[in-house]
Design a binder for this molecule. Sequence first.
Ligand SMILES: C[S@@+](CC[C@H](N)C(=O)[O-])C[C@H]1O[C@@H](n2cnc3c(N)ncnc32)[C@H](O)[C@@H]1O
Length: 304
Amino acid sequence: MPSEFLVRTVTGLEDLTAAEITEAGHRVVDVTKRQLVVEAAGPIVTRLADDLFAVHASVPDPGRTKAGLWQAVARLTAHLAPDSPISVTASFTGARNFSRYDIEDAVGARLGVPYFSRRHGAPPPPGTADLRVTLDGKAMWLGVRPHAVPLHRRAWRKATVVGSLHPPVAAAMARLADIRPGHVVFDPCCGAGTLLIEAKHLEPGASYRGDDIDPVAIRAARLNDPAIAWRTGAGKPDRILANPPWGVRLPVAEDLSKRWPEAGRLVAILGEGQRLDRRWTTVGEYPLSVAGRRVRIVVALIGK
Ligand SMILES: C[S@@+](CC[C@H](N)C(=O)[O-])C[C@H]1O[C@@H](n2cnc3c(N)ncnc32)[C@H](O)[C@@H]1O
C-alpha cells in the first residue's frame, strides 16, 4: 500500500485537518490550499477531510501553458495502467491557460481504458475508478481513491434539510468544542442533526440534545440518529454547537443567539454580518468557504 496520500479538505480547514492527522501519528509534509500531502504511518482515519487519494505519481507543476500541461501529463501517467473504466477530477491553484476539463481529458486520453469525461456534467457510471489530479503551484499530483465513495459522504446521513452542513465542517466544529466525556452538548437549531451526530462520533461519552423550530428538521434528525434526544430543551449544557440560518439578517440573528443558554463554550458557524450577542467573547475565528459562501466558525466563551 502506498504511504503517501493527498488529503483534500475545505478551504479554511487545512490547518485543523493537518492537526487531526498529525495527532493520529501521520506526517503532514505539505499544506496548500485545500490539500495536504501526508506520509501515512498506517490507515488514515479522518473526519475533517473531504477525501483522500493514494499518490500514484507527481511531477513539477507545469505552469500556465497547455503545451506544458500535455508534457507533464505524459510523465505523470507513464506508469499508470488502470484495469477498469476511469473518470478524472482535476483542480488547480493560480491562473492557467487551460481549464480543469482540459486536464481531465488530457489524463483520460492516455490511459487506454474507457474514460468518462465530466465536461458535460453527467456523472460517471457505477464501477468507474476515480483518479484525482491537482496542481498546487509546486507539483502536479496524480492520486487514486483507495475506497469506493468520497470520505465526506457519511453512512449515517439518510436525510438532509435546506442548509444542512457539510459533515467535515461539522466535525471541525465538534473538534473545536473540546467535548469531554459526561458533557451535555446542545444544538439549538439542529436541522438534520449533522453537528451533534459528528460530535457524537468524536466523543461518544457525552450526551447530546438538539432542538429546531421546524418539525420537518426534527424528523430528519431522528432518521439520522434515533438515539439522540431531539426536540428537547437545553437543560444546562456544557457546550453549544450552532448553525443558525445564514440568510437571517441582524438583529434577528442576535436575538436568536440570546435565547441560547449559557455554556462553557460555544462553537457557531456564522454567515457574513452575523454575530453573537454580547454575552459571548470570541476566542477563535476560522474563516472558510462553504458552497461558495464566505462564512466563519466562531469559538466563544461566556464573559471575558
Ligand atoms: C442552517 S440550518 C441547520 C442545518 C443543520 N446544521 C444540518 O446540518 O442539518 C438552520 C436551522 O435553524 C432552524 N431555525 C431557524 N430559526 C430557528 C429558531 N428561532 N429556533 C430554532 N431553530 C430555528 C431552521 O429550521 C433550520 O433547520
